[in-house]
Design a protein around this ligand. Structure first.
Ligand code: PLP
Length: 378
């Protein structure tokens, strides 16, 4: 039996999203900017899609802007957010365990004269409120932190960080990369107290190639993609309606059962932790609280060898982040894990579709790997 357990890398498109994309491609295929009926129908679908996603975020539709992916949302928020605040200061706070979409944007800003403090995480990859406050300065203009770490599943308390920043009287904009957090833990943009928040479709059973950025108040950021003036002039490019409609459908159809999905993933994660800890001597669990990410390590074994062993049984997991090929995981390194722990690490990503059978197949597979891999093959 095959088991797809790499859902933190990407997810299977749900039938509702696939149907919505097909409908937009074959029926409502006008350009939303066209003034004829076909264009107006497309524009209506665009509007309702934006409303559906905004509602789940607790935002107003005017505050939601479609982008091509989570990476673009992160780039836009950070590059334009810092530029917007440049007259007030040039200091930015982020962390060493952010996604590369954030880290590379920060590198660019450093070249443009900004100063970046990259906070060290807790053991589970989360960032403490106190570390943010310790780094906060008069000239801090942007704080960018992820909600759930994509490799460890550590959850950062963005809401407390927002409150603490406000209490200190900071004017810094707060950006949250919620690509892994969206639909995996309940939150609203108001509850988190963020100014900008990034999400991505393909992590929530929509197709690849669609993301969104929440911008509080719906204005204030300069565009990084200019052209025909779509998305209120802030993100040009003909709107990819099939992806947008699919994104909205995936979110709208899963939202009523979100709590049940979270409970199911948490239960399956706990099942895996309990079986693996019992059956594999020396196994360590590296992950945080997120329901869908389980990071484990079998020190003394190599991740690639374990992955190949599992792949022969059609069980698919990943080494660390799928976005970074080769090299040792900088996230696990920055979380303070020993090299042999990092070299034997695996990331197991669950979704609302994950079954008990898949988790048992994984546990059987890793148990057999630990028993049968000769030391030299480890
Ligand atoms: N941020 C986080 C935390 C992610 O996990 C990812 C994808 O893995 C991204 C950003 C980038 O999103 P996308 O693949 O849509 O560009």
């Amino acid at each position: 039996m095959s088991a797809y357990l790499d859902n933190a890398a990407t997810t299977k498109v749900c039938p509702e999203a696939a149907q919505a994309a097909l409908y937009a491609m074959t029926e409502v295929y006008g350009n939303p900017s066209s003034t004829h009926t076909m264009g107006r129908n497309a524009s209506k679908l665009l509007k309702s899609s934006r409303e559906d996603i905004a509602k789940v975020l607790g935002a107003s539709p005017e505050e939601l802007f479609f982008t091509s992916c989570g990476t673009e949302s992160d780039n836009w928020a950070i590059l334009s957010g810092a530029e917007h605040m440049r007259h007030q200061g040039r200091h930015i706070i982020s962390s060493t365990v952010e996604h590369s979409a954030v880290l590379r944007s920060l590198d660019l800003l450093e070249k443009r004269g900004y100063e970046v403090t990259r906070l060290a995480p807790e053991r589970d990859g989360s960032i403490s409120v106190s570390s943010v406050l310790d780094a906060l300065r008069e000239d801090t203009v942007l704080v960018s932190l992820m909600l759930i770490n994509n490799e460890t599943g550590g959850i950062t308390d963005i809401s407390q960080i927002s409150k603490a920043l406000k209490k200190r009287g900071s004017r810094a904009l707060l950006h949250c990369d919620a690509v892994q957090g969206f639909m995996k833990i309940p939150f609203s943009v108001k509850g988190l107290g963020v100014d900008m928040l990034s999400i991505s479709g393909h992590k929530v059973h929509a197709p690849k190639g669609i993301g969104a950025l929440y911008i509080k108040g719906g204005k204030g950021l300069n565009p990084i993609i200019v052209g025909g003036g779509q998305e209120k002039g802030l993100r040009s490019g003909t709107e990819p309606l099939p992806q947008i409609a699919a994104f909205a459908s995936a979110v709208k159809s899963a939202y009523p059962d979100m709590t049940a999905h979270i409970e199911k993933m948490s239960r399956l994660k706990a099942l895996a932790v309990s079986r693996l800890s019992e059956e594999i001597p020396g196994l360590s669990v590296l992950s945080g609280e997120a329901p869908h990410i389980l990071s484990i390590s079998m020190p003394g074994y190599r991740s690639e060898v374990l992955m190949n062993f599992l792949e022969a049984r059609e069980i698919y997991v990943s080494k660390s982040s799928a976005c970074k090929r080769g090299g040792r995981s900088y996230v696990l390194e920055n979380c303070g894990h020993r090299p042999e722990v990092i070299d034997g690490a695996l990331r197991i990503g669950l979704s609302m579709y994950t079954t008990d059978e898949e988790i048992h197949a994984l546990c059987d597979g890793l148990r057999d790997a630990s028993l049968s891999l000769a030391k030299s093959l480890r």
